[in-house]
Design a protein around this ligand. Structure first.
Ligand SMILES: Cc1cc2nc3c(=O)[nH]c(=O)nc-3n(C[C@H](O)[C@H](O)[C@H](O)COP(=O)(O)OP(=O)(O)OC[C@H]3O[C@@H](n4cnc5c(N)ncnc54)[C@H](O)[C@@H]3O)c2cc1C
Length: 453
């Protein structure tokens, strides 16, 4: 008899788990509290969906158990993801940085392919249906889930007889107060807490805790940083290729380069996103007293002249005669965005119209150095709503290799709810596909598979 699998969350990992379990012969239901599944998929890659990355995975992921992360990802690789989508009829293309996108360059094509396959293999999707609670039952790892049905789907109007049937200890029970539905396995794929507008509102963490799981504090990652200084209003909107160095308590943490975006409150762009998880964690640890909170302890050095070495700068000043007639703003405007040139003039109390010939060599060197070593003090991150992912989540030590909970048999986890986050570039969706795939496969077996992996 085919096993019955229920999945909380119709995001990337939930849809992958559903299709996999259905391909394995299971009878699958997805419970999704939004009116549609896959809302976050539509937001990915600026609407183009960077669905995986062909580069080496090492150094691209974070979490408390990095070796487990790699081991999981080796079971379902970027090649496997491309092959999976190819089988669904979705062609993909690799870009120069290894990032893979649908050839249509539309995230909607990815979601459509997943939804069509769900339909094709009989996955039942209950939208507008919220899982409010999961309760471990006293005997044998049985779980009761109460769902508040905003629109009563026909499937929940279960036969009255079902309600009185006693579940076997191997069953997961799903039901409203009146009705109960019986499943062999439950997959929690409710996402993290980033971009709640897409449905991931952190409720998955609460459900996991009810099942006895602990939680590594989820914090915003791949997020913008707020910085000190009124001058940000002046330079807001500037985009610049820059090299960034993150310092905590004066110690260099990491360097990133790429397109920096300046906003009226601070800094954004991919190089900032890549190290924002470190900032989130440091601020959290300072707030809860795990780390001494020094004033101005987090700073970023921005090199707005990454293409110039110190000797290039000296050479430039030696040739100053060529641009002696220019204003400082015009001179700097050939090196950086005009708004930055204006800012440097303001920082040095120079009129923007002052000519280069009126400045000494060392004064010119000072302004080049200001652009090369532009220090900003970080005061915080933007909220979960602006973040692309959360770092933290359920520790992988509480998950079997099959993605089954070590705390609660027949319950599996997939996706961002777990303690793993990747850098920008398709790595987070790869985690969702890989974990969804494994969870779906084992949940479809329907028996606790702890010892069979
Ligand atoms: C703007 C943006 C751009 C991004 N771009 C990329 C990119 O290009 N490449 C990349 O790799 N990653 C990207 N990411 C990250 C990536 O989208 C996520 O890591 C991934 O979608 C997580 O998948 P998931 O299935 O774990 O969770 P989600 O996709 O968040 O899905 C969870 C689902 O569970 C549902 N749910 C939650 N709680 C309940 C409940 N109690 N009851 C019922 N349903 C519930 C939610 O409504 C949601 O549909 C981006 C993220 C954002 C926000």
């Amino acid at each position: 008899m085919s096993k019955k699998v229920v999945i909380i969350g119709g995001g990337a990992s939930g849809l992958m788990a559903a299709i996999t379990a259905a391909h394995e012969g299971a009878c699958v239901t997805i419970i999704e509290h939004k009116d549609k599944v896959g809302k976050k998929i539509l937001m990915t890659g600026n609407g183009k969906c960077n669905l995986t990355n062909m580069s080496d995975i090492h150094g691209k992921y974070y979490g408390d158990d990095i070796n487990r992360i790699y081991a999981i990802l080796e079971k379902f690789t970027a090649d496997d993801t491309r092959a999976f989508f190819q089988q669904l009829g979705l062609y993909t293309r690799e870009k120069r940085d290894g990032g893979v996108y649908p050839v249509t360059e539309q995230a909607a094509s990815v979601l459509d392919a997943l939804k069509t396959e769900c339909k094709h293999c009989g996955v039942q999707i209950l939208t507008d249906t919220e899982v409010l609670d999961v309760l471990p039952e006293k005997e044998g790892g049985v779980v009761l889930i109460e769902t508040a049905i905003k629109e009563m789907p026909s499937v929940v109007k279960a036969k009255k007889g079902n309600a009185s049937k006693k579940p076997s200890t191997k069953m997961v029970v799903v039901g409203t107060k009146k009705n109960k539905l019986y499943y062999d396995s439950l997959i929690i794929a409710a996402g993290g807490q980033a971009a709640a507008v897409s449905g991931s509102d952190g409720s998955g963490y609460r459900l996991a805790k009810k099942l006895g799981h602990s939680l590594i504090k989820p914090l915003p990652a791949l997020v913008q940083l707020k910085c000190e200084g009124d001058y940000f209003k002046l330079i807001a909107g500037v985009r610049a290729q820059a090299a960034l160095s993150l310092y905590v308590d004066g110690e260099l943490q990491v360097k990133e380069d790429g397109e920096l975006q300046l906003t009226d409150y601070g800094i954004s762009g991919i190089p900032v996103f890549q190290f924002s998880r470190i900032v989130s964690r440091v601020i959290y640890e300072q707030q809860v007293g795990l780390r001494h909170a020094e004033k101005d302890s987090i700073s970023v050095k921005i090199d707005f002249l990454p293409y110039m070495s110190q000797s290039d700068m000296e050479e430039l000043i030696k040739t100053r005669k060529c641009f002696a007639h220019k204003t400082v703003e015009e001179f700097l405007g050939g090196l950086v965005h005009k708004k930055l040139a204006v800012l440097i003039c303001q920082m040095n109390n120079w009129y923007e119209s002052i000519c280069v010939e009126r400045l000494a060599d060392d004064e010119l060197m000072v302004c080049l150095n200001q652009l090369k070593n532009f220090m900003v003090i970080v005061t915080g991150t933007n909220s979960y709503d602006s973040a692309q992912v959360c770092c933290g989540g359920i520790p992988l030590a509480e998950i079997e290799d099959s993605m089954e909970s070590v705390k609660c048999p027949h319950v599996y986890f997939a996706g961002e709810i777990l303690d793993c986050d990747g850098i920008c570039g398709g790595y987070n969706l790869q985690w969702a596909w890989a974990t969804g795939r494994i969870a779906g496969e084992y949940a479809a077996i329907g028996e606790s598979v702890k010892n069979h992996v």
